[in-house]
Design a protein around this ligand. Sequence first.
Ligand code: UDP
Ligand code: MG
Length: 320
Amino acid sequence: MSKCKSRLAIIIPCFNEELVIKSTVETLFGVLNRLISAEKISEDSYIYLIDDGSKDKTWNEIENLRATYGEKIKGTKFIRNYGNQKALIAGLLGVREVGCDCVVSIDADLQQDENAIETFVDEFHNGADIVSGIRNDRKTDSFFKKTTAICFYRLMNLLGVKIPQNHSDYRLVSKRALDILAEYQEEGLFLRGFFHEIGLRTAYVHFDVKPRMVGCSKFNFLSLTSLALNGITAFSIVPLRIIAVLGVLTVLGSFLLMMNVLYEFFVMHDAPNGWATLVILLAFFGGLQIFCIGIIGEYLGQIFNEVKGRPRYIKEIELK
Ligand code: UDP
Ligand code: MG
């Protein structure tokens, strides 16, 4: 199937990226122009920037870029920081409104090898609706990030969400995937899970990760934990089942314990002195209950967010 000369949009979430955004856009225009010359994408392909409530001069930089490149630069600015996932969703839905055949999301610091975009487009022309970037390694990550990422993907796999390891938000998706995305109204959508779950034809492309040249990572322990929790609770009901299993095991355990106590009381006539057992049981079941309530709380939080039905974001400005 040939989809030659597709209109490609590149979306870039930006949070306090004033130092890098200009050179990133210039580099990406280099890629776009190469693909236009090779007649793989159409001349009206463009870049769409989402300023995720930056406190620095990111939006000024975006306006300057708009002045330089005209309508090849589009974008929107959030009224405050909503986080990378919502910025990506805004970008995806934004370019769907503007119009495109396919869209690539890439980070503002251009840590992902931009030359893979050509392979993404080739895979799209070969019929893939989703082309997922897979990192070759995690050399550029800190020890902490590397370990937590590995644990996260293992856990997701255990819970039945079979996201490939080293998956990233560097991917191409087709207009068709965007149309499906638009149907999902949930507030806390986890894109890696979503694109994997909808079941469209997917190709995988490996790419190298470069170190961040300027600025620092915009993720911290809290935002990463929240992303991981969101990913798990949004896509797996296995934790709920674990509660049920624990419930059954607990009942069985207490039944055995009761038999033991009755045996000691009626047959051995050996009254238990009780104190140690009581303390141990109280502590054990107390802990178990809190653990279970914690898991239920996660899901309640998820339901809470969805039920509120708040808008995902409030746009302050939009260039069209
Ligand atoms: N980002 C964002 N909102 C945030 C945090 C990050 O839009 O609240 C953007 C950021 O500007 C970058 C991308 O998400 O384009 C990835 O962030 P970063 O490079 O800091 O993450 P890392 O490479 O450390 O995972
Ligand atoms: Mg980065």
